[in-house]
Design a protein around this ligand. Structure first.
Ligand code: SF4
Length: 119
């Protein structure tokens, strides 16, 4: 089972092979493959299976964005999910498809990658 934090449910919708490092990108590609094969997701608080290979992770904490927990919370609210929930990727995609860009624009507005995702 994959462990995914709140805001990465949104990031994964837009992944197109770009990221902080080759190792980081390879890991996300592997996560996406596992999701597409039907592996379920446990929603976690804090570091997840994507953060594990991130150069911005230090002692289990994200050093890039101090507001990252707030972002996780906002995305989980939008997706009507909570930490500890177990969901399928298909359900996450269905929820995402029911949203409009306006729904998450505010959450993504300060992200480094927003120009790729929101184009
Ligand atoms: S930037 Fe922070 S939240 Fe994003 S993957 Fe890296 S450690 Fe995780």
């Amino acid at each position: 089972m994959l462990r995914i934090r709140g805001h990465h449910l949104l990031c994964l919708q837009f992944f197109e092979g770009k990221g902080y490092s080759e190792r980081f990108v390879n890991n996300i590609e592997n996560v996406v493959k596992r999701l597409r094969r039907g592996e379920r997701i446990k929603i976690v608080r804090g570091k997840d299976d994507i953060c594990s290979f991130c150069p911005h992770l230090n002692n289990g904490e994200c050093t890039l964005d101090e507001k990252v927990y707030k972002k996780d919370k906002s995305v989980l609210k939008l997706f009507h999910l909570n930490s500890g929930d177990i969901v399928s990727w298909d359900r996450v995609v269905d929820i995402f498809k029911s949203l409009s860009k306006k729904d998450f624009l505010n959450i993504c507005k300060n992200c480094l990658w927003k120009d790729i995702c929101l184009k």
